[in-house]
Write a protein that binds this ligand. Structure first.
Ligand SMILES: C[S@@+](CC[C@H](N)C(=O)[O-])C[C@H]1O[C@@H](n2cnc3c(N)ncnc32)[C@H](O)[C@@H]1O
Length: 280
């Protein structure tokens, strides 16, 4: 059993990327459901790695289907100073944004810097690519004056990533060798069986209902193998029915509507924790 590393007085490194569905603002409430000591930590829908950075495990498997994202983490882990040098050259203006967005660099550090830059300055911090060309297609977010990156944050992330195995993989592949005593945090794109919510409908292209069922079966299998499993998901009866043997918690967050910065609404999410059933 290993315990999370802690930061020896250093500031906690929150994610250096903003990501759709990112858990930065819920991380402290989710981490409370992680055991104090565990084996390897698995996060196969890593996105901005908000939970990884909040929990700071020494030994982790971080995976995602998004190859651009995983390549960025590899560069920050292994080649951080080169990424920082590249980022220092990128200016924040409308013209520079569209010029950089149009580029397709092959150099790893340059590619990683481009992703950090685009996600920071894109409209609403969205990561989205054209479904046919695969090219990043989010317009500039009118963030003139915004500081693009913090070198110290990248360096802290790099240090923490040293003990991590990074994989471009479907979640089932990434979890194949998880075993007794390991901790698995699952945060898939949110989809439900039937809904009229545009965001969830958009996500069904990325993560179908069949994927949700496959994930729930995988989570149950991991729990049966002795893993501690924590799952974030949409608060919907169709999802809840998939996790009948898990303990259920409801987490309330406030959500900003993309089109209106002033309108916020309260949204519930489910957190399923393996071990026992019931609702808190
Ligand atoms: C809701 S986001 C995760 C957000 C993350 N927890 C954070 O705090 O930023 C879901 C992630 O799952 C990835 N994904 C979608 N389908 C996948 C699959 N079948 N296997 C692995 N990753 C997948 C997406 O690329 C996306 O990064």
């Amino acid at each position: 059993m290993i315990e999370p590393t802690g930061w020896d007085g250093e500031e906690c490194p929150e994610p250096f990327l903003k990501w759709p569905g990112g858990k930065r603002y819920l991380a402290d409430r989710i981490v409370k459901h992680f055991p104090a000591a565990h084996g390897r930590y698995y996060e196969p829908f890593v996105g901005s790695a908000a939970l990884f950075f909040a929990h700071r495990p020494a030994d982790a498997v971080l995976a995602d289907k998004n190859a651009e994202l995983i390549a960025c983490y590899e560069q920050v882990r292994d080649n951080c100073e080169a990424v920082i040098r590249r980022l220092r050259k990128l200016k924040n203006s409308t013209e520079d944004y569209y010029r950089i967005r149009a580029k397709e660099p092959t150099d790893g550090a340059w590619r990683a810097a481009r992703l950090v830059y685009l996600v920071k300055l894109a409209f609403n911090g969205i990561y989205r690519v054209n479904s046919l060309t695969g090219k990043f297609n989010v317009p500039y977010g009118d963030h003139e004056g915004r500081v693009v990156f913090d070198p110290e944050k990248l360096r802290r992330a790099s240090r923490l990533l040293q003990g991590s195995k990074l994989l471009v993989a479907d979640f089932e592949v990434a979890l194949a060798d998880a075993g007794e005593g390991d901790l698995v945090y699952l945060d898939p794109p949110y989809t439900v069986a039937h809904n009229s919510n545009g965001f969830l409908r958009y996500n069904t292209k990325l993560f179908s209902w069949e994927d949700q069922v496959r994930l729930a079966n995988c989570a149950q299998d991991l729990a049966d193998r002795g893993c501690h499993v924590v799952v974030s998901n949409a608060c919907h009866k169709s999802i809840r029915s998939l996790y009948s043997s898990f303990r259920v918690h409801r987490i309330i967050r406030s959500s900003r509507m993309a089109a209106d910065n002033t309108y916020r609404r309260r949204i519930a999410e489910y957190l399923f924790v393996s071990g026992s059933s019931g609702e808190n």
